[in-house]
Design a protein. Sequence first.
Length: 298
Amino acid sequence: MSYQLLDGKKISEQMKAEISANVKEIVAAGHKPPRLVAILVGNDGGSETYVASKMKTGAELGFTDELIRFDTNVTEGEILDTIDKLNKDESVDGFIVQLPLPKHIDEQKVIEAIDPSKDVDGFHPINVGKTSIGLPSFVSATPAGILELLKRYDIETRGKHCVILGRSNIVGKPMAQLMMQKAYPGDATVTIVHSRTQDIASITRQADIIIAALGTPDFLTGDMVKEGVVVVDVGTTLVPDASKKSGFRLNGDVKFDEVAPKASFITPVPGGVGPMTIISLMRNTLISARRRRGMKVD
């Protein structure tokens, strides 16, 4: 079977143009551009890269961006005080706290301290709860990006069997909720498999759509899928690669060379879900900005 790539890079560029035009409309109406703030703790290489990419994208779109940095030894109280200030700052449309945080800081307490109306990462329990019952909310950026990718490639989801690998709060659980909603993309029959699931391959071979979000490189192999399957690979694990200048490459949860020949559509890694996650965060920030300025949200 000849597969088609679900090109997240291409779709994110389309969305960038749409958001940029929206920002110009906001400014032309006499308002300030959207303002996004990121809090970064410590010097984790992955977090540094993600935040830099988010800030760069925001600047390209015409957002006003700000990065607040803290050393690893910052106290939980200092983080919570900063969140409180951002909650009260009317010039801030949305902000994120880059995860993971150092072990001495309670991540859940930090997430719950964020004003849900500025929680553009979509992690606050109020946004998670609203998402689960289909109410307007900030949808977590990775699931939102996946939905947009399926939508823009006209992938049929109604009545399809969608198998999700992984049950994380950031991807697996919200993805399952979204794929079973009475909406498009959605209306699917959803199965979640995880580390305690028996005979995973017998389940994945039934899937019309597979969303792999385990964080285990090359987990999904060719013998685990049926012909014509749609595969979305959320995995982003750095693995050694002597052919690369850095000595590493980004590896997905899907063994691409084996699975792609059987797939109808499949995401590459990198260039699939990653760009869609970042642009979805930007779209959430834009939505917040329009609401806060009393402008219509499409």
